[in-house]
Design a protein around this ligand. Sequence first.
Ligand code: 13P
Ligand code: SF4
Length: 315
Amino acid sequence: MNDTELKREIINLKKEKKAVILGHYYQRHEIQELSDFVGDSLALAQEAQRTDAEVIVFCGVHFMAETAKILNPSRKVLLPDMEASCSLAESCKAEDFARFKADHPDHMVISYVNCSAEIKALSDLICTSGNAEQLVRSLPEDQKIIFAPDRNLGGYINQVTGRQMVLWNGVCTVHDAMQAEAVLRLKADHPDAPVVAHPECNPALLKVADFIGSTKAMLSYIKKSPNKRFIVATETGILYEMQRENPDKEFITLRDDRHCACDDCAYMKLNTLDKLYRCLRDEQPEILMSDDMIERAKRPIVRMLDMSRQLGIIK
Ligand code: 13P
Ligand code: SF4
């Protein structure tokens, strides 16, 4: 089937199976186009919690689909490619993390949502890049905290809040590889363009950024900004929504620098139209988890959503 036929079949199957397609901003543009809802990790978790669709097809990576299953266990949750992992989730194995936690017995554990259900089950509170700073600020000043698995996001939150959270040594290999030098070269060529960056980027890059935030926060910043040109330090999938929302603005990415072509997440890009079609047709591959794991991983995620509502971050 060609792409047009695949798209038609996906739309028909979606109706027939009463399915909803949830897509992350880093997905291929043709998948974002077909998604019923596109968002950042926080908004996708909320959407997964409230949907009444019988089948959720999650076009994102494994930890996101897992979160959807945890929040809505009676639904069938499908992920077009089970290999769609995340370097942050891979960096933090439950056995190692349990030891790390045991070494810091009086610490609260905050885990970034980019981790496995096993790590969530070992955590007190989950956060996303869209709420991490506010959640941490809302905790008592003397609260000792372990933050896992992203040392760049954790380091950034430490810097802006003045906390000294103990950090797990994981990185997003995509954002961590983006070079401040490349941004500075692009800035020299385009002095009018503010730099927007995801907090998973390394500290040197964050230092030269004009705005730091989650995928959704970067989109809001760009929409409100009077500037016409932006240097974007994050995964390229987001350009689809940036351009769609701002047809009159121009986006410069790190791949426009001659020495850096490091802004595609291979995991995110594993989901293709063909795999999405087969996934809907066969209702496979499905996210399956034990009731016990769902129960234990759910507590810190629900706590995050409740706190985010109380703090006015989400509705
Ligand atoms: P957001 O929550 O900002 O969408 O980020 C998810 C992610 O995987 C970033 O690499
Ligand atoms: Fe994980 Fe980085 Fe890919 Fe996001 S962009 S899914 S953090 S590897």
